[in-house]
Design a protein around this ligand. Structure first.
Ligand code: HEM
Length: 420
């Protein structure tokens, strides 16, 4: 293993045309096969590569397992408050990555004692969720969604299933009446706020999400219930309504998007990989193994923006300037050849970095709740539609144009129509 701070990156091949040139982290080619890009960046630049975000804004992409662990474990050097960025004067007001990179006074961006307090409130509010009840809620949600398309013999599982299951589960946990709020619009706005679409405005979509959650917090302040939002409002830390609005948005966005893609990527694996093909009918590898393999090989939060250097420092042999933006590539780190020298990626264990690490990692017990939601969703679908098959050739599947999320735009399937 190398030292993440001081070891120099391997020398790039002298004739390589991309030598020293930052690569754009956008474009369809990258979205369809990011692992090839990571491999080539590693070969050229080593574990920390110069890249360009939208509008050609420079940043560092951290590809090494050791280096990502080092960044997440050293808040004093790589911190979360994005106002440190030394590039803000180049960022336009409609920059597509703004919704989740621009500073918000949420748990995501606060630091130190304030962060520990806010993350603690979220953890305690989530810890009161009964995991058996959550599984049964997700099963009911799954049955209701499946019965809406079961008679047709075909569906796009991303829009009809993978996105709405975690969204309905998390909005109910947060105390929104089932069906009382327009769930489909909320799913759509969250997705738009994370993707790069030419004809949609991510900033406006984020604004609509915020307006909906402000309304929810007002209602729960007036009339608390046994839900996550009410528990956050009633916590002895006495957070302000504004703080709770920000943190409930974070909880919903952080739960819905990665869990939906965890479900979608696992269903894709089950439907396309021979090792799992016979499993559904009682074969070899289990749903649990598919869920775990996805976290290693197709992790939902593929990149996370990010951390900002507190002062001049080094990483992977690179000189990082104070205020530089560091993007953590969990997908690249999980497949780092230093971790998998024999070339075979994947393990039964959960030593992947898919839930990050350190102070700002996905907070306890969110990974367990996500596991309950994803596992129940996948198992319910496989039980209800046992002869489900992919409706297109695997190579026709298209990935979303998102730097953050590794997820399919659509997952068309067909099955014997179920008469109800
Ligand atoms: C019930 C489902 C989930 C909930 C409620 C949840 C909640 C959260 C929250 C509140 C944060 C912010 C933590 C902070 O900044 O202190 C967070 C961060 C994060 N979550 Fe989750 N999450 C869920 C599911 C997932 C899933 C399925 C994944 C990926 C497989 C994931 C990966 C992450 C990552 C990578 C971060 C960023 C951590 C960092 O900045 O280092 N989460 N999550």
């Amino acid at each position: 293993m190398t030292d993440p701070v001081t070891d120099p990156p391997p020398s790039p091949p002298a004739a390589c045309p991309a030598r020293g040139t930052p690569v754009r982290l956008s474009g369809l080619g990258y979205q369809q096969s990011p692992s090839e890009l990571y491999r080539s960046l590693r070969g050229i630049h080593g574990p920390v590569a110069p890249v360009l975000l939208d509008n050609d804004i420079p940043a560092w992409l951290v590809l090494g397992y050791n280096e990502v662990s080092y960044v997440t474990g050293h808040d004093e050097l790589f911190a979360r408050d994005s106002r440190r960025w030394n590039r803000w004067d180049e960022i336009p007001a409609d920059w597509p990555l703004l919704p989740y990179v621009g500073y918000q006074p949420s748990v995501l961006f606060v630091e130190g004692a304030e962060h520990r307090l806010r993350a603690g409130v979220i953890s305690e509010a989530l810890d009161a969720v009964d995991q058996m009840e959550l599984a049964s809620l997700c099963q009911d949600i799954g049955h209701a969604l499946i019965s809406a398309f079961a008679g047709s013999g075909q569906a796009d599982l991303m829009t009809a299933y993978a996105h709405p299951v975690p969204m309905r589960a998390i909005v109910q946990l947060c105390g929104m009446p089932a069906g009382g709020l327009d769930t489909e619009d909320l799913v759509r706005d969250l997705r738009l706020s994370l993707d790069a679409h030419e004809d949609e405005d991510p900033v406006a979509a984020y604004g609509r999400v915020q307006a909906r959650i402000e309304q929810l917090v007002k209602e729960k302040r007036a009339s608390p219930g046994g839900d996550v939002t009410s528990r956050m409002l009633g916590h002895p830390a006495a957070l302000s309504d504004e703080a709770v609005v920000q943190d409930v948005i974070t909880v919903i966005a952080a739960a819905q998007q990665p869990t939906a893609n965890w479900i979608g990527n696992s269903l894709r694996l089950l439907l396309t990989d021979d090792r799992f093909a016979t499993t559904v009918a009682g074969g070899k590898l289990s749903v649990g193994q598919a869920l775990n393999e996805v976290l290693w090989l197709d992790t939902p939060t593929q990149n996370f923006i990010g951390r900002w250097a507190v002062r001049d420092t080094q990483l992977g042999g690179r000189q990082i300037k104070a205020g530089d933006c560091v993007v953590m590539s969990f997908a690249a780190a999980n497949t780092d050849p230093q971790v998998w020298p024999e070339g075979h990626v994947g393990a039964e264990n959960s030593a992947h970095l898919s839930f990050s690490n350190g102070e700002h990692r996905c907070p306890f017990p969110a990974p367990q709740l996500a596991d309950v939601i994803a596992r129940t969703a996948v198992e319910t679908l496989m039980e209800q539609l046992p002869d489900v098959v992919l409706g297109v050739n695997p190579h026709e599947l298209r990935w979303r144009p998102s730097i953050w999320m590794r997820g399919l735009g659509a997952l068309p399937v067909s099955f014997t129509p179920v008469l109800q």
